[in-house]
Design a binder for this molecule. Structure first.
Ligand code: B16
Ligand code: MG
Length: 214
């Protein structure tokens, strides 16, 4: 195999939580009278919670907000978001994703998660993947979020492999940039694939099997 491990982004790659993020931010923004739409929501892909809030606050024109208030708003959004994540179940894991993961593992590859989300473990549990991955690097073990490579470098370190031995899979341009900044090859799906941000720009998830085998 070309790689020893594959490091997957979570939101937008393993599962689709975009709509839940959107609805939760929308509820928070509406409560503050802040304009927010799906185009702005697209800019939040792969971006940390507090950095996402700053992007949303570009549309806020009221009196200055204290750091305490900002944390309160981000917490409010996360509470809405966590509530909606209870709807996630193993049925939300597509058979294409699960079959591809199983096939990669059967080839002897180690599988890891590299996500900006602090809700990673909860989401994996909801999907029935609570103890599936060999390594989980997420928003709880990093100080810099994507496009900084920290989350992927930590995953590679936990795996005990060099970045050149690991393929990163991403749906966000910021995530693909993070992979490249860390010295990883990157395979993209979704938005990042359409933007041509990866070394491989896939039209379907199962193409990873071919990429890893070449
Ligand atoms: P949380 P990923 C990212 O996950 C999401 O794409 C992004 O929209 C979100 O703001 C970020 O996680 C933080 O999530 O509020 O749950 O900590 O794409 O890196 O898996
Ligand atoms: Mg993502």
């Amino acid at each position: 195999m070309k790689y020893k491990a594959v490091i997957f982004d979570l939101d937008g790659v393993i599962c689709s939580t975009d709509e839940y993020h959107y609805q939760a931010w929308k509820k928070m923004a509406d409560s503050m009278g802040i304009y927010f739409d799906r185009t702005i929501n697209n800019r939040l892909r792969g971006v940390s919670r507090m950095e996402s809030l700053e992007i949303i606050l570009e549309q806020y024109h009221g009196p200055a907000l204290s750091e305490e208030k900002k944390v309160e708003l981000a917490t409010q959004k996360n509470d809405f978001y966590r509530e909606s994540l209870h709807q996630l179940s193993p049925a939300d894991l597509s058979s294409e994703v699960k079959d591809t993961l199983d096939a990669l593992r059967a080839e002897g590859l180690k599988l890891a998660i590299g996500s900006s989300s602090k809700n990673t473990r909860f989401i994996l549990g909801q999907l029935g993947l609570g103890s599936y991955f060999d390594v989980v690097s997420d928003g709880n073990n990093i100080t810099h979020s994507k496009p900084d490579p920290e989350v992927f470098l930590k995953a590679a370190e936990m795996l005990g492999f060099a970045p050149s031995d690991c393929l990163v899979v991403e749906d966000a341009v910021s995530g693909a940039q993070a992979g490249h900044a860390g010295g990883f090859e990157v395979a993209c799906v979704g938005d990042a694939s359409q933007a041509g941000a990866g070394d491989y720009n896939m039209s379907s998830f199962c193409e990873i099997k071919q990429i890893a085998a070449d």
